[in-house]
Design a protein around this ligand. Sequence first.
Ligand code: MN
Length: 176
Amino acid sequence: MTQPEIAKNLKAHRTNLSWSLTKTAAETGVSKAMLGQIERGESSPTIATLWKIATGFHLPLTAFIQAPSPNEFMHFKNGIRFKTLFAFDPILKTEMFAHYLEPHQSQLSAAHDNGVTEDIVVLTGEVEILAAGKWVYLQTGDALRFPADQPHGYRNPTSLPAIFHNIMHYPLLKTP
Ligand code: MN
């Protein structure tokens, strides 16, 4: 799925900071070629790439993706599906998503920005979260808060779909 919003937002944030593609590549760890392709709408980034970009800019994920569409999960590469429930709030410094995991699907994430903390609440099925180096098992109704400024992950160990809420906290993010 191509998201014109991502291209537009990436370009806008880059322009805002007067960052060249070279500077942006250095800050985000995403190659100049890939950044150019995303900006020109020639490539839709994986969610992992999108997170690298957000972290490099010291911005929340919802600074890059389309406005909340409450009834629709957005489809990303590798079968990743999520929807935005609340876009980033500069006073509360949080944003909130719902994630859908296919049976046996797993998703690893690089470290987010310093101080970023995530809350997980399982709505449907069972989920395992890689938190502080250990996989933690959660069933429907369970919740976990973990430091997300280090590598972490999400997986569905079962043969049934799983849905979880994910609240992102950015306590150290500087807002205007
Ligand atoms: Mn994460």
